[in-house]
Design a protein around this ligand. Structure first.
Ligand code: HPA
Length: 232
């Protein structure tokens, strides 16, 4: 099985044959979409729920990732809307995450009972999926550093200036937990980011989001990219 995890802007995937399912995991229930016909073998998981009703700090990442593990998912492309902290990835551009920092303070682990285990996350993104993404689109900005904030508020200018000084490129509220849990389950993961705004104090100074029309175009582009990466 292959999975696409969608976030802000990607609560639905257009152009795929999917049917909704609510599945029960040992941690909680998860709403996901199973591919049918030509799209059989694909799972689409909207991390905020299909109506975008779950705030980033309230997402039950553990149930979500457990559901993918229960379906024996072996390849995951996860899409994250981000703010641009530096001009390595500018609003309207798509890139690949190479590393992450998690400043949320949330605990994300499957290893909190029984044997003590420490997952490695120093090379947690799949080189194979990354190569396929690079082959599909040579213009993708690569090796971005994603800093995860708790949200749901956006950041202060001082926070973003601090992140820029540390060498972080993009900011969002969800990748840290997901990447950690996927690593614990040893499920190969590609993080695709698309920037929808300059973060606080960057660019024109005040937070400016790209237009809804531009977001729609980017959704089309990214859907095509996911198809190429996962051969669907
Ligand atoms: N900050 C945090 N998360 C985000 C942003 C941002 O500016 N844009 C999209 N997700």
């Amino acid at each position: 099985m292959k999975a696409i995890i969608g976030g802000t802007g990607f609560d639905r995937m257009e152009g795929l044959s999917l049917s909704q399912r609510v599945v029960r995991t040992r941690y909680g229930e998860v709403e996901l979409y199973l591919g049918e016909g030509a799209d059989e073998g694909l799972i689409f998981l909207p991390r905020h729920g299909s109506g975008h009703s779950v705030a980033p700090h309230m997402i039950d990442h553990r149930s979500n990732i457990q559901a993918l593990a229960d379906y024996h998912v072996t390849e995951t492309v996860a899409i994250y809307a981000v703010g641009s902290v530096t001009n390595r990835l500018r609003p309207g551009e798509v890139g690949i995450v190479g590393d992450y920092v998690d400043f949320t303070g949330r605990v994300h682990t499957f290893f909190d009972e029984g044997t003590v285990k420490h997952a490695r996350v120093d090379e947690c993104f799949s080189p194979l999926l990354r190569d396929r993404a690079r082959q599909a689109r040579a213009d993708l900005v690569d090796n971005l550093v994603y800093v995860t904030t708790n949200g749901p508020r956006l950041e202060t200018k001082a926070e973003i200036a601090f992140f820029a000084r540390q060498g972080f490129d993009v900011v969002g509220m969800t990748l840290g937990g997901e990447a950690t849990l996927l690593a614990e389950k040893e499920i190969p993961h590609l993080g695709l980011v698309y920037s929808i705004n300059w973060a606080a104090g960057v660019g024109e100074g005040s937070i400016a989001f790209i237009s809804d029309e531009r977001i729609e175009d980017m959704k089309g582009e990214i859907t095509q990219l996911c198809r190429a990466i996962l051969s669907i």
